[in-house]
Design a protein around this ligand. Structure first.
Ligand SMILES: Cc1cc2nc3c(=O)[nH]c(=O)nc-3n(C[C@H](O)[C@H](O)[C@H](O)COP(=O)(O)OP(=O)(O)OC[C@H]3O[C@@H](n4cnc5c(N)ncnc54)[C@H](O)[C@@H]3O)c2cc1C
Length: 271
């Protein structure tokens, strides 16, 4: 069966071929996911990322359920301690011989402010669960990537982004963080409080401690309609600047058949 993983790995091979000819091809074949032993000589169980290209045999695995448990782990667990989200990063950000620290038990909405349109969320929340939780309080995130398997912290830590003119990556919509440092301190930071730590930890690759909570600046919940159609390349290129300039229109007449590059939400008089 062709999976998204196979397509993406195949794509990497094509890129390698394009960039490096036969040498590139050898590099790609060498990087195909290996069939790894389930345990190492010490009986440690293997961890692999989504692509299967990165792995390690952590000495300890931990999944704290509270800030206090997390802080205690940071002080005592075997190092290096590496936080892991959904393991969807392609690079070797997570593998460790020390402690693999999952935030899978620290999930869900903590609080929200309906006037300021903010929501504080536990960092291990998957994007797939975050959308419905925010919808229930009338909020949505301004931008999202193309899948929803990631954790909020993991996605933020790598500047995960979607597309759209003027929209930032996920960390751009964050107003405050709760972080547990390698020394086991529980620290709150924001643009105004400990701003250097805040800006570093937003896209911190798990290097500044473990994120426990994230406060998001959201927008009011809206309904959007997705429309997919084939468009002539020349028409698309011609209309591109106007299309790219259009944002946040959510009402309007249905698209007319055969009208070329037109969106369902485009006003009638713009035709
Ligand atoms: C199929 C697929 C589609 C993708 N689509 C997109 C896309 O559309 N746009 C895009 O920009 N990217 C995309 N990505 C990349 C993906 O969003 C990032 O790799 C993201 O980091 C994965 O999140 P994760 O929860 O799996 O984090 P992980 O891969 O588990 O970890 C990523 C980093 O975050 C750190 N981390 C995890 N939890 C914490 C925490 N609590 N505190 C501090 N640090 C932490 C880890 O240590 C690591 O450094 C895609 C990846 C895949 C496999």
């Amino acid at each position: 069966m062709t999976t998204r993983r196979k397509v993406l790995l195949g794509g990497a091979g094509v890129l390698a071929l394009g960039a490096g000819g036969l040498v590139g091809r050898r590099v790609w074949l060498d990087r195909e996911p290996a069939a790894l032993p389930a345990t190492d000589a010490q009986g440690r169980v293997v961890w692999q990322n989504w692509s299967g290209l990165e792995h390690s045999y952590p000495a300890q695995r931990a999944a704290p359920a509270s800030d206090a448990e997390l802080a205690e782990l940071m002080r005592r667990a075997p190092v290096p301690i590496r936080p892991v989200g959904a393991g969807h990063s392609f690079t070797a950000l997570v593998p460790t011989d020390g402690t693999l620290l999952s935030m899978d038990r620290m999930t869900g909405l903590v609080s929200h402010d309906a006037t300021a349109m903010t929501a504080t969320v536990r960092a291990g929340t998957r994007l797939s669960a975050l959308g419905p939780a925010l919808a229930a309080i009338g909020q949505e995130m301004p931008n999202l990537p193309d899948i929803n398997k990631q954790t909020l912290a993991g996605a933020m830590a790598t500047a995960t982004h979607g597309t759209g003119k003027g929209l930032t990556a996920l960390h751009g919509e964050v107003t405050a963080l709760k972080l547990v440092t390698p020394a086991g301190e529980i620290v709150q930071c924001s643009r105004d409080t400990k701003p250097e730590l805040f800006h570093s930890a937003r896209v911190g690759l798990g290097a500044f401690g473990v994120l426990s909570e994230v406060t998001l600046a959201n927008k009011p919940l809206t309904r959007v309609r997705k429309e997919v159609r084939l468009v002539d390349t020349d028409a698309l290129l011609k209309d591109w600047p106007a299309l790219a300039a259009r944002r946040n229109r959510r009402t309007g007449p249905p698209a007319r058949a055969g009208s070329g590059c037109r969106y369902a939400d485009e006003p009638q008089d713009a035709a």
